[in-house]
Design a protein. Structure first.
Lengths: 649, 621
C-alpha cells in the first residue's frame, strides 16, 4: 500500500513525464535487438517433422531408367513448343497428358492490372487416385514461365514424365493434379481462385474438371534447356501472399527428402552459400522477413497458401552433379509422403522464421519484438494523453502539511477529509477538459485521405505510375505544411489539441501494428521500425510562443520540457529546429523510403509500383493497404504536427 | 469405329436376373461377366444369387440362404435389404454406362437401406438400430455408426425391388443410412464371401482375392435381399443377390504379387515414336498402346478359377457361369482339362462358358490389334458435385448435372443427405438450366448462357436438420431438357462442434455422403408427376462424396487456454480486488508510516500491555 501510494505520488513528478520518449526508444531498441538474438543457437531451434504420418524419405523411389528417355523426349517436345502459340501449346501438353490416361482440361484467364492485360491459359490434368474418392487432392505445378520469365523447360517436362509415371502406381489415396499455368503468378492464382469458386467468371473461366479439397501443392522450377543442366542445390521457396507461410512440416519434409534421401543440398532465401554462421543466419532471416513483409508472390506456390493449401516451390540452382532424375525422385518421394497424410497438414508451425534450411524460430519467440515496437507507439500515445490533461499552469507537486502552508504564497485550496485538513494548490485541483472533436476528426480525415493514394496507385496504368509517384511524393512533402496552415487558420487548434491529434494517431498506429503483428509479423515490424521516428517526433517538437499566455509553461506536445525551455527562449531557433525536424521526417516518409529502397536495390519505382498494383489486383496482397492506410496517415499527422510547430502556429 | 448403342447389353444381366427368379424355389446361381474397357481396364462383375422359399425361411430352414444373415433379418423384421460397400470412382467418360443398370452400386463407403416392418416409427427406428448393429458385426463394418443423424427416410428415391403386398407395405418403413468415410477393405470381403454357399473355395468366387479386389480402380460389393412372388401365385421366395463389381487395371493386376512395384520398363521394351527428329539412343517419345493387352484370368486375379461351384443349376442359361463381353474378332482361348460348353449371345458380343466343377478353368486373351471396339452404352446423365468457397464459416455446394442426350429429356430424383453440422440455406437453392452446345463431358462448365425460364424443380421434399439428432434430408424431382446442363447450388453454414464431438482425425475434414440420383424411365416423364409415375425401372447414379472442412480447434489449445485464462483471471481478479478493498491516502497522511509505524506499533503494544497489567494490578488491589 505504501508502495502504491508512493507510486501515485509520482504521477505528477516531472521526471516521470519526461520518461515516455525514452521508454519508447528503449522498446524499439529492445524490439530490434530481440531480432538480433534470434539466430543464436539458444533462441532458434532445429527443425523437425512433427506429423508422424508423413514419414519423409521412408519409401524407395523408382523414378529412373527408361523414364529418363521419356523425360528427354518430353523436354524436346517442350522446347519445340517454346515459340508456338498458346492454343497450340495447351493442345499439345493436353495431348501428352491424355496419352498418359489422365483427364485434361484447360482454363483461360485474363487480368487487368496497372493498365496492363495479363492473359493466359492454364492446362491441367487430374490423376484420379485408385484409392481416392475425389475428396482430397495434391497439386504438382510447373509454370510454363518461371518468376524470371524464363521458359521452365525441364520443369514442365518433368511434370509430364511424372504424370505418366505416377499413373502406373496404385498407391495414390489422393488425386494428383498436374498443373501447367502460363506464368508463375497470375496463372496459378486464376486456377486456385476458380478451384475454390472465388473467381470473377467474366474474366476467368470456371474449371471444367475438379477434384477434392487441396491438401498441398508443390511447384517445380527447373529452367534447363533441351540438353539439360546439372544443378547443385534445391532452392526451396516458401513465402506466400501477405507473408502467409505453408505448414513447416511440408518444408521440413522437402528438406529432409532432398538432403537426407537424395543428397541434394537445400537452401532458402537466395542464400546460395550458407555456412550456418550467425551473420548468414541473420541475413537469411531478414531476407525472409523482407519477402514476407512485401507480401508478394515468390513463386507459383504463393497463390495457394491463402486458401490454406500448403505449398512450396522447388527451384534448382547452381552447377553441380544432380540431374533431372534426382529432382524427379525427390518429387516422387515428396508425393509419397503427402499421400500418407491422413489429415490436412496441421501439426507443425504456420508462423515461423527460417534462418537456415534446418533452423527456425517459432512465433512465441519472435513475436515480442514486433509487439515491443508496436507498444512503443502506444506508450508515446499514452504519454501524450496524460500531458494533454495536464494543467497549463505549472504547479508544484507535493502535499503540504498545515504547518508549512503559510510558507508558500500560492493559490491554495483547503481540503478537509476524515477530520484532517490539507492545503492543495488550486492549479492541481483544476480539471483540464480535453477538446477531442477536432483531433478525432483530423486523424480520421488523415486515414481516409490514405484511400486516395491507394486508389490512385492501384488504378493508374504502368506508364503513368512513375509520374504519379513523383506527384504523390511532392504532395506528401507539401501537404502537411499546407494542412497545418489551413488547420490553424480555420480552427486555430490549441497545443492540447495538437497533442491529442498526435496521441490518437499514435494510438491507432500502435493498435494496427500489434494486430498486424499476429497476421504478418514481418510487415508489422517493418512498418514499426520504419515508422519509429513518429513516436519520438512529438517529444521533439518545440513550440514557439503562440496563443498560450505564459510562454514558459507551454507544454505543447513535448515531454522534453528542458528542451522546450531552451528553445522557446529563442523563438527563431525553435523554428529552425522544427524545420530541420520536418526535413528529417520527410526523409522518413513512405515515398522517400520507397525511393531509397528502389535506389538501393536498383529497381525502377514505376516497375515496383506496377508490381504492387498487380499484386493487389491479382493476388490480393494488402501491403499497399497497410502502407497507405496505416503508415502514411500516421506519418502525415506527425508531419502536420511538426509543420505546425515549425510555423509557429 | 463401330458406333452404335448397345443398351440391352447393360440391361441384360438385370433381365437375366428377373427372368430366372421364379424358375425354381430353392436354387443357386453365379455368373462372372468380364468386359475389357478402354485404357487397359477390365470390368469384372460377379453375381451370386440364391433363393429360399418363404416357408423354409420362416422355419429357419436355411439351405443356400446364409443363416447368419437370415436370422438377423428375422430378428430385425427386415423384409428387404440393400447393402453396398464401394470404393473408387466409375469413369463414365471412358467406361460408358455402369453394370447392372447402376442398381447394384452405392456411394463411396457403406450405404444401407432397408424396409423394416413395424407398427410405429419408433418401433421401426428401434429395429433399424438392431439391424445396423447386427450387420456391423456380421460385415466387420462400422455400420453401428449409422445413428439417427445419418438415417433418413427417403420419399421418392427408392422403391422396393421385391414384391410386397399392399397390406404389408403399410407397415413397411424405408430407412436409409450412409457412412461415406468407411474404408472398405478385406475385412469386409471375408464375411461377404462366407455368405456364399461355396465360400470362395470353388466357383467364380475362388477368384476373389482381397489384394486384387482392393487394388482395383473401382469396386463395389452389394448384398440385396428381397422377396419375390411369382405371378402365378405360387409360394413367394426370398432372394439374396450378392454382387461384386470391379474395374481392374490389367497392367497393374498382372504384376506379380511379390513384386508389385511399377518399375520403369526396360529401355529396350519402350515403344517409341521413331518419327520424332530427336529420336535416338536416349530419347523416346512413348507411343500409345494400340493393341489390346494380353491377359488371362489367372494372371489378372492372381489365382486360378477352381471350376464351378457344384451347387449351381445344371442346365439352362443360368448354368453358363463365365461370360466375356468382347468384339467378334477378339481371340479368346479357353484352358480347362474338361469339356466345356460355349454359347454366344447378343449378336456374338457375349460369349458364355459352362464350366465343370473341380477343374481349373482359365481364359487367355493374347495381345491383338483390333479394328473395332466394343460398343459401350453411354450414360444418360453426368453428375458432378463439389464444394465451393473456402473458409471456416460458410460454403456452398454446386452440383452440375448434364444430359448428354440430344433428343430425350431426363427426369430424375436428386437426394441429398447432409450431416447436421452442415446447415444448408434452402433459400439459396438455385437450379439453373443452360443448354450446352457440345454435350461432351469435358465441357460441363462451359454452357452457353441461355437460361431456361421453366423451373426444373418439379417437386421438393425437405426435412431440416435438428442439431445432434438428425441430418438434413433433401429430395428434388428435377427435369432436364435434352442437351442441357443443370447447375444446382446452395449455400450452407458450418456449425461449431463440441470439443468431444470431433473424431480423432478432425483435421481431415468431415465426409458428406454422396448425392443419390435416381433416373426415372423416360416413359414416365410424359405423365404427371404424381407418385405412381415414379414406378418403373430406374437407374441410379451417385456423385462422389465431399470433404467438408470444419473449424477445428487446436486440440492442445484447451490446455493452453486454461493456463492463460487462469493466469489472466488471477492477475485481473487480484488487482481489481486489491483496488476495491483498499483505501488510498497520501503516504504521509497515513497514521504511522514506515519505521515510525513499526516503532509506534511496538510502543502501542507495550502501552496496552502495560495498561492491562496495571488494570489487573488495580483489580487485585
Amino acid at each position: 500500500m505504501s508502495l502504491l501510494s508512493a507510486l501515485l505520488a509520482l504521477r505528477r513528478d516531472p521526471r516521470i513525464l519526461r520518461l515516455p520518449p525514452y521508454v519508447s526508444a528503449l522498446c524499439i531498441l529492445i524490439g530490434v535487438g530481440w531480432l538480433l538474438l534470434l539466430p543464436l543457437n539458444e533462441y532458434s531451434r532445429q527443425t523437425y517433422v512433427s506429423e508422424n504420418a508423413i514419414l519423409p524419405g521412408q519409401v524407395h523411389t523408382y523414378f529412373g531408367g527408361s523414364e529418363h528417355n521419356i523425360f528427354r523426349a518430353y523436354r524436346h517436345e517442350v522446347a519445340g513448343l517454346a515459340e508456338s502459340s498458346e492454343e497450340e501449346r495447351v493442345g499439345k501438353l493436353g495431348d501428352i497428358f491424355r496419352s498418359s490416361g489422365l483427364k485434361v482440361a484447360a482454363q483461360k484467364y485474363e487480368y487487368t492490372a496497372a493498365g496492363r492485360n495479363t492473359t493466359g491459359k492454364n492446362v491441367y490434368a487430374i490423376l484420379q487416385g485408385p484409392r481416392a474418392d475425389a475428396t482430397e487432392a495434391v497439386v504438382l505445378i510447373a509454370a510454363w514461365r518461371n518468376m524470371d520469365g524464363v521458359l521452365n523447360q525441364s520443369g514442365v517436362a518433368l511434370v509430364l514424365t511424372l504424370a505418366r509415371y505416377f499413373k502406373r502406381w496404385s498407391v495414390w489415396s489422393k488425386d494428383i493434379i498436374f498443373l501447367i499455368p502460363s506464368d508463375s503468378t497470375a496463372g496459378p492464382q486464376a486456377w486456385v481462385d476458380a478451384y475454390h469458386s472465388g473467381h470473377d467468371p467474366e474474366t476467368i473461366e470456371s474449371l471444367p474438371l475438379k477434384s477434392g479439397a487441396l491438401q498441398a501443392a508443390v511447384a517445380v522450377d527447373y529452367p534447363a534447356g533441351p540438353w539439360g543442366h546439372r544443378f547443385d542445390k534445391l532452392h526451396i521457396i516458401y513465402d506466400g501472399i501477405n507473408g502467409q507461410l505453408p505448414n513447416l512440416d511440408l518444408f521440413n519434409t522437402a528438406v529432409s527428402i532432398a538432403s537426407g534421401q537424395m543428397g541434394i543440398g537445400c537452401t532458402i532465401q537466395r542464400m546460395w552459400n550458407h555456412r550456418d554462421t550467425y551473420s548468414e543466419r541473420l541475413q537469411t532471416m531478414l531476407r525472409g522477413m523482407l519477402s514476407a513483409g512485401l507480401g508478394h508472390a515468390t513463386g507459383p506456390h504463393s497463390s495457394f497458401i491463402p486458401y490454406h493449401v500448403d505449398a512450396i516451390t522447388l527451384q534448382t540452382v547452381g552447377d553441380g552433379w544432380h540431374d533431372e532424375m534426382s529432382l524427379g525422385r525427390t518429387v516422387e518421394s515428396l508425393f509419397r509422403s503427402l499421400n500418407n497424410l491422413l489429415e490436412h497438414l496441421h501439426q507443425s508451425f504456420f508462423l515461423y522464421l527460417l534462418m537456415h534450411a534446418n533452423r527456425f524460430v517459432s512465433i512465441g519467440t519472435y513475436l515480442p519484438s514486433a509487439m515491443l515496437v508496436a507498444v512503443s507507439f502506444t506508450i508515446a500515445s499514452i504519454a501524450l494523453w496524460v500531458q494533454s490533461g495536464q494543467p497549463t499552469e505549472k504547479a508544484t507537486v507535493g502535499v503540504w502539511h498545515s504547518d508549512e502552508a503559510d510558507a508558500k504564497e500560492q493559490d491554495v485550496t483547503v481540503v478537509e477529509q476524515d477530520g484532517m485538513t490539507a492545503l492543495i494548490s488550486t492549479a492541481e485541483l483544476k480539471v483540464v477538459e480535453r477538446h477531442m472533436l477536432l483531433p478525432i476528426a483530423f486523424v480520421s480525415a488523415a486515414h481516409f485521405l490514405g484511400l486516395l493514394p491507394l486508389y490512385v496507385f492501384t488504378r493508374a496504368s504502368a506508364t503513368t505510375l512513375t509520374t504519379t509517384f513523383y506527384a504523390f511524393a511532392t504532395s506528401t512533402a507539401l501537404l502537411p505544411a499546407l494542412s497545418a496552415v489551413a488547420l490553424s487558420r480555420l480552427f486555430a487548434p490549441t497545443s492540447q489539441q495538437w497533442a491529442l491529434t498526435a496521441c490518437f494517431s499514435l494510438l491507432l498506429l500502435g493498435l494496427f501494428l500489434s494486430a498486424l503483428a499476429t497476421l504478418n509479423f514481418s510487415l508489422a515490424i517493418l512498418v514499426g521500425v520504419l515508422g519509429s521516428p513518429l513516436c519520438l517526433v512529438p517529444a521533439l517538437i518545440t513550440s514557439t510562443p503562440s496563443r498560450t499566455s505564459v510562454p514558459s509553461t507551454s507544454v505543447a506536445a513535448g515531454a522534453d520540457t528542458s528542451s522546450s525551455h531552451r528553445t522557446t527562449s529563442t523563438g527563431i531557433g525553435g523554428s529552425v529546429a522544427n524545420v530541420t525536424l520536418y526535413v528529417l521526417l520527410l526523409a522518413a516518409s513512405p515515398p522517400a523510403l520507397l525511393l531509397a529502397a528502389c535506389h538501393y536495390w536498383n529497381a525502377n519505382v514505376g516497375a515496383v509500383l506496377a508490381a504492387a498494383g498487380t499484386a493487389w489486383h491479382v493476388q490480393g496482397a494488402w501491403t499497399g493497404v497497410v502502407v497507405c492506410l496505416v503508415w502514411w496517415p500516421a506519418w502525415f499527422v506527425a508531419a502536420v504536427g511538426v509543420a505546425a510547430g515549425g510555423l509557429g502556429l | 469405329m463401330l458406333v452404335f448403342l448397345l443398351l440391352p447389353l447393360s440391361l441384360l444381366l438385370v433381365s437375366w436376373a428377373e427372368a430366372s427368379a421364379a424358375s425354381s424355389v430353392s436354387d443357386y446361381h453365379e455368373r462372372l461377366l468380364l468386359r475389357p474397357l478402354p485404357q487397359s481396364a477390365l470390368l469384372a462383375s460377379f453375381n451370386f444369387r440364391s433363393n429360399a422359399s418363404s416357408s423354409s425361411f420362416e422355419q429357419q430352414n436355411f439351405r443356400y440362404f446364409p443363416r447368419s444373415l437370415g436370422q438377423i433379418l428375422q430378428h430385425a423384421h427386415t423384409k428387404e435389404l440393400h447393402l453396398r460397400f464401394s470404393l473408387g470412382r466409375w469413369d463414365a467418360e471412358n467406361w460408358g454406362a455402369r453394370p447392372w443398370g447402376r442398381a447394384r452400386e452405392g456411394g463411396t463407403g457403406v450405404e444401407l437401406w432397408a424396409w423394416v416392418e413395424a407398427d410405429t416409427e419408433e418401433a421401426a427406428n428401434a429395429r433399424w438400430l438392431t439391424l445396423t448393429n447386427a450387420l456391423s458385426g456380421l460385415f466387420c463394418a462400422s455400420l453401428n455408426f449409422i445413428d439417427s443423424t445419418r438415417t433418413i427416410r427417403p420419399v421418392m428415391t427408392f422403391e422396393p425391388e421385391g414384391t410386397h403386398s399392399n397390406a404389408s407395405m403399410r407397415n413397411l418403413h424405408l430407412l436409409h443410412g450412409t457412412l461415406p468415410h468407411e474404408v472398405v477393405c478385406t475385412e469386409n470381403l471375408t464375411p461377404f464371401l462366407k455368405l456364399l454357399p461355396c465360400k470362395g473355395k470353388a466357383g467364380i468366387s475362388s477368384l476373389l482375392d482381397g489384394h486384387k479386389l482392393f487394388d482395383a480402380n473401382w469396386q463395389t460389393m452389394a448384398v440385396d435381399v428381397k422377396p419375390v412372388c411369382p405371378e402365378d401365385g405360387t409360394e413367394c421366395i426370398l432372394q439374396i443377390e450378392q454382387t461384386v463389381d470391379m474395374v481392374l487395371d490389367i497392367e497393374r493386376s498382372k504384376r506379380p504379387r511379390d513384386n508389385p512395384m511399377p518399375r520403369p520398363i526396360p529401355t529396350e521394351d519402350l515403344v517409341c515414336d521413331n518419327s520424332k527428329p530427336y529420336h535416338g539412343g536416349d530419347s523416346c517419345f512413348p507411343l500409345d498402346r494400340t493393341s489390346e493387352m494380353s491377359w488371362s484370368l489367372n494372371k489378372v486375379f492372381g489365382r486360378p478359377l477352381k471350376g464351378s461351384c457344384p451347387l449351381t443349376t445344371e442346365d439352362g442359361r443360368d448354368s453358363e457361369t463365365v461370360c466375356i463381353n468382347v468384339p467378334h474378332e477378339r481371340e479368346v482361348q479357353e484352358r480347362t482339362a474338361a469339356d466345356l460348353v460355349k454359347k454366344e449371345h447378343e449378336d456374338g458380343y457375349l460369349r458364355c462358358y459352362k464350366i465343370s466343377p473341380n477343374l481349373d478353368f482359365d481364359l487367355i486373351l493374347p495381345e491383338q490389334y483390333l479394328s473395332s471396339n466394343l460398343p459401350l452404352s453411354h450414360p444418360s446423365l453426368h453428375a458432378f458435385r463439389s464444394i465451393t468457397g473456402h473458409g471456416q464459416e460458410r460454403g456452398g455446394v454446386r452440383a452440375i448435372l448434364t444430359n448428354p442426350s440430344l433428343t430425350s429429356p431426363v427426369r430424375f430424383v436428386y437426394l441429398e443427405s447432409l450431416p447436421w453440422f452442415m446447415k444448408p440455406y434452402l433459400h439459396t437453392l438455385r437450379a439453373t438450366i443452360s443448354s450446352s452446345t457440345a454435350p461432351l463431358p469435358d465441357q460441363y462448365l462451359e454452357p452457353q448462357q441461355a437460361p431456361n425460364t421453366a423451373d426444373p424443380i418439379k417437386q421438393m421434399y425437405y426435412r431440416p436438420a435438428v442439431d445432434r439428432h438428425r441430418g438434413t434430408h433433401l429430395e428434388l424431382l428435377l427435369e432436364l431438357p435434352p442437351a442441357s446442363t443443370l447447375t444446382l447450388t446452395y449455400d450452407f453454414e458450418k456449425s461449431l462442434l463440441r470439443y468431444t464431438e470431433y473424431p480423432p482425425d478432425a483435421n481431415r475434414g468431415f465426409d458428406v455422403a454422396p448425392a443419390v440420383i435416381r433416373l426415372l424411365s423416360s416413359s414416365s416423364s410424359s405423365s404427371s408427376s404424381n407418385g405412381s409415375s415414379l414406378l418403373g425401372a430406374s437407374e441410379y447414379l451417385r456423385t462422389t462424396s465431399l470433404l467438408l472442412p470444419l473449424p477445428t480447434p487446436d486440440f492442445s489449445m484447451p490446455y493452453n487456454v486454461i493456463i492463460l485464462t487462469s493466469t489472466v483471471m488471477a492477475l485481473a481478479f487480484g488487482s481489481i480486488f486489491n483496488i476495491l478493498v483498499r483505501r488510498f491516502v497520501a503516504a504521509d497522511e497515513a497514521p504511522g508510516y514506515g519505521l515510525v509505524s513499526l516503532k509506534g506499533r511496538i510502543w502501542a503494544l507495550a502501552q496496552r500491555l502495560k495498561a492491562r497489567l496495571r488494570g489487573k494490578g488495580a483489580k487485585d488491589e
